[in-house]
Design a protein around this ligand. Structure first.
Ligand code: GDP
Length: 438
């Protein structure tokens, strides 16, 4: 069971939040208040996820020990026992010296931390909370312990930022619905039908009919190596009985629809033709749609060493914008190199759906800025404050700060490279957006 520690100076409303987190209808409340005088432990439950909350509140300044000393001790012990820290500040009182002390301590420790501004009911989000960014702990979650607003997002964020836990969760979700929707795209005659038929002919792959689909519908669910896939309506191919065959007409709209509906697009090229304009156009659509993509150069069996070198150079120049995608040299007809394509498809899908927590994103951002800060542009010096994930498939990272409209493109690419490496993102576009607050 993960442990959440609530820390913060007195009177910010920790006990109210503690009660919220431990007394929802399906929570098993067990208050071990008697265990220690100053720390409260409670059980809570969110969906299937159970957790333990520690409240460090409830202690009074005493003559013997002085509040700062006592608070530091309570905070240290609770934090040491926890997997994630919820650091509570007072949205109405603003930041004070004690908050800074606690923040400094938490930053040094590097535990996943969610910064929460309590008593935020009725406040306009963002504007009044800007000053809390000074604490260097990223995004502030406005909550109202008294009214319950924001408590759920706070809890979700806290649980999500526990490293092992988020992965377990994600796997559980994937196992439930976990179908990778795959589109095979490419111009006519590159070998799409041959490839699909080669795949579906594999013994390890179990194809079955979805109830309610007609023979014309090209949507084939199948399972391979324990992973479920759905081959979605792929433009330019018709299903005829158990095999697929190419139809002459190439439809841009159908291709776009297939791409939009997919998690991962397998873009097939013909080695004997090189990279044509039409290939580049389709690649462009995929990039615009933000879908994850895997490149397969088919008919590799039919080209000689000279042509191979030519096409590899063409890919580097004409498809430079798909550099993030893995590339496979295959022969659908001879069934060569097809296995590794699956691996890349699964990897691209996992990358496209990656969850990135605010504390980790913010820490990576701060490390990148420390390594190399964005340059001044005229009077403006871009200042980056924190980052959070703005979406999945494709992953979007939103960076908050000031004068960010002046960040040079090269710097954005530098950040992209660092985020890609840290989160092992392969095969998916990654979008970085800037939000400037004045
Ligand atoms: P589609 O229009 O993309 O579905 O292409 P098809 O699968 O119909 O293939 C077009 C032509 O290329 C057919 O004549 C295939 O036999 C041929 N072809 C497909 N894959 C390969 C391959 O790996 N090597 C070679 N040499 N020919 C292939």
């Amino acid at each position: 069971k993960p442990v959440i520690a609530l820390v913060g100076r007195p009177n910010v409303g920790k006990s109210t939040l503690f009660n919220r987190l431990t007394s929802s209808r399906d929570a098993i409340v067990a208050d071990f208040a008697g265990l220690t005088r100053d720390r409260h432990y409670g059980n809570g439950k969110s969906g299937k996820q159970e957790y333990i909350v520690i409240d460090t509140g409830g202690f009074e300044p005493t003559a013997e020990s002085g509040i700062y000393k006592e608070m530091a001790k309570q905070t240290r012990q609770a934090v040491a026992e926890s997997d994630v820290v919820i650091f509570v500040v007072d949205a109405r009182a603003g930041v004070n010296a004690q908050d800074h002390e606690i923040a400094k301590y938490l930053r040094r420790l590097g535990k996943p931390t969610v910064l929460v501004a309590n008593k935020a009911e009725g406040m306009t989000q963002g504007l009044q909370l800007v000053e809390f960014f000074e604490l260097g702990l990223g995004e502030v979650v406005p909550v109202s312990g008294a009214h319950g607003q924001g408590v759920r997002s706070m809890l979700d964020l806290a649980l999500e930022s526990i490293p092992g836990l988020a992965e377990e969760d994600e796997e559980a979700v994937e196992a439930d619905t976990g179908v990778i929707r795959l589109a095979v795209a490419g111009r006519p005659n590159v070998g799409k039908s041959t490839l699909i038929n080669a795949w579906l002919g594999e013994e390890r792959l179990v194809a079955f009919d979805l109830p309610g689909t007609t023979r014309d519908t090209i949507s084939v669910p199948f399972e391979r190596g324990g992973q479920k896939y759905e081959l979605i309506d792929t433009a330019g191919i018709r299903r005829k009985g158990r095999v697929f065959e190419a139809i002459e007409k190439f439809s841009v709209v159908k291709t776009l629809q297939a791409i939009e509906n997919a998690h991962v697009v397998l873009l097939v090229l013909d080695a004997t033709q090189g990279v044509t304009d039409q290939d580049a156009h389709i690649a462009g659509y995929i990039l615009e749609s933000g879908r994850a993509v895997v490149l397969a150069i088919n008919k590799w069996d039919a080209v000689d060493a000279y042509q191979r070198e030519q096409i590899e150079r063409q890919i580097e120049t004409r498809l430079a914008f798909l550099k993030f995608a893995s590339l496979h040299l295959i022969s659908a007809q001879k069934r060569q190199g097809l296995g590794p394509v699956w691996k890349s498809i699964a990897q691209a899908h996992a990358s496209a759906m990656r969850k990135m927590s605010t504390p980790v994103l913010t820490r990576l951002l701060m490390e990148a800025v420390a390594f190399q800060a964005p340059t001044r542009s005229g009077m403006f010096r871009p200042k980056m404050r924190y980052a959070h994930q703005g979406g999945m498939n494709p992953p979007v990272i939103v960076i908050h700060g000031n004068s960010l409209e002046h960040v040079p493109d090269a710097y954005t690419r530098f950040l992209e490279g660092r985020f890609r490496k840290a989160f092992d993102l392969v095969g998916t576009p990654l979008r970085i957006e800037y939000k400037t607050s004045e």
